[in-house]
Design a protein around this ligand. Structure first.
Ligand code: NAD
Length: 375
């Protein structure tokens, strides 16, 4: 039996080696695609091509008795690698005439990422860091675009120091809040203004499928090339007003980060043994722990700034707190009927999304389970 198993395992190893060789061949082809896309200014993420390719491979897999989800998982993971490697070829420069881009805060986490992407796209990038203000006139001289990306609580003050930009210079910011910075930019600069919010942190491997929100400020025709440049990098762009943005972020960021923060505080106070919790966890709890834990691997001041950036955030958090209290009352009263009634109301509110989220989360949980090592 041992010999038989060992023979089969040798054959599996040989197949796996072929898979490695095929992946190497695929990555080499992708690198060539990257070159062509970079020369012609095509976006690294092509949603229609991706959907058509996956549909064909799923069909072919099904015909050969391979589960379609398996080939889709493999290809999606492979494509992620491909998107990251397509960055290496650089990107077509959509506005080669643009004078230098100055990134204020360009040594910070997000500033560095954008400095790299603009440089990879052939723009002349200058950095204005916190220690450089004595040379600011020299650095800002003749700027074609200025991008402000400093901590939220310093943003307004920094924008107000940018009063003397060339009239046609584009003034932009990457701040996680939009109303206040946009207002400040419109006040200090009479030329083109755009507010941007990248919905990702510095740890992404490529911009493929990442979202950049933009809020028009002034003279949008002057910065259409910038929005197209983001798409060439692979990003999706979403246009909203600054007010809508800030309202949305109250839920998407402030409340989300705050509940993670409180859960972290609660865990630290309760002080369970994390190793033991992990050893006993279901994939969903492991994922939850990862989502909470990752917050505390980042910059506390950034999250404090985001949560406390507006009175609306605090009002939303207080409403959540109130509902938490109401839900606890259901438990204290052993009100199972009330619990079920609230549950059903929420289910109705989610509508079709509930089923869609169940399916989407199943995929994530399978991946979380795959990544687990127990031994
Ligand atoms: P960061 O602290 O890593 O970088 C900020 C940079 O600004 C630092 O290099 C700092 O030295 C510099 N700076 C501080 N004061 C300055 C001044 N007066 N003049 C010039 N430079 C100055 O922060 P970050 O995470 O890169 O965030 C920057 C901005 O990007 C924030 O507005 C934040 O809301 C936004 N943002 C961050 C993320 C993220 O995940 N990090 C995501 C989306 C948006």
């Amino acid at each position: 039996m041992v010999a038989e198993l060992s023979q089969l395992r040798d054959k599996i190893d040989a197949v796996d080696k072929q898979m490695v060789a095929l992946l190497a061949e695929r990555l080499a082809l992708v690198a060539q695609v990257g070159e062509v896309k970079s020369q012609h200014g095509l976006p690294i993420y092509a949603p229609d091509r991706e959907a058509a390719m996956l549909a064909s491979r799923r069909d072919e897999a099904a015909q050969q008795g391979v589960p379609p989800d398996l080939i889709e998982d493999i290809l999606r993971r492979t494509m992620r690698e491909s998107y990251a490697s397509e960055n290496d070829s650089g990107f077509k420069c959509l506005n080669p005439e643009l004078r230098p881009i100055v990134i204020v805060g360009g040594k910070g986490q997000l500033g560095k990422l954008f400095a790299k992407l603009f440089t990879l796209s052939g723009y002349d990038v200058r950095i204005l860091g916190s220690q450089d203000w004595d040379r600011a006139d020299e650095i800002l001289d003749g700027a074609g675009m200025v991008v402000v990306t400093v901590p939220i609580h310093l943003t307004d003050g920094v924008i107000r120091r940018l009063g003397n930009l060339p009239a046609d210079c584009i003034l932009a910011d990457l701040t996680s809040i939009k109303s206040e910075p946009l207002q400040a930019m419109l006040e200090v600069h009479q030329g083109p203004v755009v507010g941007l919010h990248p919905m990702f942190g510095p740890d992404i491997s490529s911009l493929a499928k990442q979202v950049i929100i933009y809020c028009d400020g002034r003279n949008p025709e002057s910065y259409q090339w910038l929005l197209e440049q983001f798409q060439i990098w692979g990003a999706s762009i979403e246009r909203v007003s600054a007010i809508e943005h800030d309202q949305g972020m109250t839920l998407i960021q402030a409340l989300r980060h705050f509940t993670s923060f409180v859960y972290g505080v609660h865990l630290a106070e309760e002080d369970p043994r994390l190793e033991q919790l992990l050893a006993m966890s279901s994939p969903i709890y492991r994922l939850e722990l990862a989502m909470v834990g990752r917050l505390f691997a980042q910059d506390g001041s950034l999250y404090g700034d985001i949560i406390m950036s507006s009175p609306q955030n605090i009002a939303m958090i207080k409403r959540f707190h109130q509902r938490f209290g109401q839900a606890i009352a259901l438990l204290e009263n052993q009100d199972k009927a009330g619990f079920k009634q609230a549950f059903d109301q929420v289910e109705t509110w989610f509508g079709d999304f509930a089923g869609r989220f169940l399916k989407e989360s199943q995929g994530l949980l399978r991946q979380a389970n795959d990544a687990t090592h127990r031994g």
